[in-house]
Ligand binder design. Structure first.
Ligand code: ADP
Ligand code: ADP
Length: 227
C-alpha cells in the first residue's frame, strides 16, 4: 500500500499537442477512497491511464510511494483497473476469469486457488465459479470483473465509470458493494464518474475536474453543501 503523488502532471495528445490534463497536483493518501468527477472530456480517464501506465506522461512526475513510476510499464506499477466495459473471457468459467492474471504471473496453483476463492467470497459469487459469463446477470458479471481486480492486493485500485452500463437498481446496489469492498480490503481506490450522486455518496474526498484542471478537492460535504 502506498501514497500516490501527482506532481505538475501534464498530458498533451497528438500532433497539435492539445492539452488534456494541465498542471495536475494531487496527493492521494494510503487507503483513501477518492472520486474524480467532472463532465465528459475533462481529463479523468487520461489521468487514471497515466497512473496505470497505459498512457505516457507529457510532463511532471507520478510517484507511487517514494518511486517515480513515469517510465514503469503497467505490470511493474502494481495497480488494478476496472473499466466500464468489463471484458470477461466468454469461453472461460468465472473461476478461470478471476484466476487469469495470477496464472500469467505463474503463481503456484494452490495459492491461485486460495486467492480466487477468497475474492469470490468477498464478492459473494462463490456459487457461480463454474458458470460462463453469459450465464450471469449484469451485476454478477460486474462482480467477476471486480474479482479479477481484487484477486491480487495491488498498491491501488482504479475504476473508470465501472457502473455506467448497469441499470439504475443495480447501480445503487453495486455502489454500496464497492464501498464495502473498499472497507474490507483497505486499498487505495480512485473512482472516476460523471455522476454527481456517486461522487456525493462514495468517496472520502472528491476531486472536481473541468477542462483538464482540478477545480476543487474536498470532502463530499464541502463540495456539495456549499452555503
Ligand atoms: P474524461 O475521462 O473526463 O471523459 P478523457 O481523459 O477521456 O476525459 O479526455 C480528455 C481530453 O483528451 C478530451 O478532450 C479527449 O478528446 C482527449 N483525448 C482522450 N484520449 C485521446 C487520445 N487517445 N488522442 C487524442 N485525444 C484524446
Ligand atoms: P487442471 O487443469 O490441472 O485440472 P483446474 O484449473 O481445472 O486444473 O483446477 C485446479 C484447481 O483449481 C482445482 O483443484 C480446484 O481447487 C480449483 N478449481 C478449478 N475450477 C474450480 C471451480 N469452478 N470452482 C472451485 N474451484 C475450482
Amino acid at each position: 500500500m502506498a501514497r500516490i503523488l501527482f506532481n505538475h502532471v501534464y498530458k498533451r495528445y497528438g500532433k497539435y499537442k492539445e492539452v488534456a490534463v494541465k498542471d495536475f497536483n494531487l496527493e492521494v493518501e494510503d487507503q483513501e477512497f477518492l472520486v474524480f468527477v467532472g463532465p465528459s472530456g475533462c481529463g479523468k480517464s487520461t489521468t487514471l491511464r497515466m497512473l496505470a501506465g497505459l498512457e505516457d506522461i507529457s510532463e511532471g512526475e507520478i510517484y507511487i510511494g517514494d518511486t517515480i513510476v513515469n517510465n514503469y510499464p503497467p505490470k511493474d506499477r502494481d495497480i488494478s483497473m476496472v473499466f466500464q466495459n468489463y471484458a470477461l473471457y466468454p469461453n472461460m468459467s468465472v473461476y478461470e476469469n478471476i484466476a487469469f492474471g495470477l496464472r500469467l504471473r505463474k503463481q503456484p496453483k494452490h495459492e491461485i486457488d486460495l486467492a480466487v476463492k477468497r475474492a469470490a467470497r468477498v464478492l459473494e459469487i462463490e456459487n457461480y465459479l463454474d458458470r460462463k459469463p453469459r450465464e450471469l446477470s449484469g451485476g454478477q458479471r460486474q462482480r467477476v470483473a471486480l474479482g479479477r481486480a481484487i484477486v491480487r492486493t495491488p498498491q491501488a485500485f482504479l475504476m473508470d465509470e465501472p457502473l455506467s452500463n448497469l441499470d439504475a437498481r443495480l447501480r445503487v446496489q453495486m455502489r454500496s458493494e464497492i464501498i464495502s469492498l473498499h472497507r474490507k480490503i483497505g486499498v487505495t481506490m480512485i473512482y472516476v464518474t460523471h455522476d454527481q450522486v456517486e461522487a456525493m455518496t462514495m468517496g472520502d474526498r472528491v476531486v472536481v475536474m473541468n477542462r483538464g484542471v482540478i477545480q476543487q478537492v474536498d470532502t463530499p460535504e464541502q463540495v456539495y453543501n456549499k452555503p
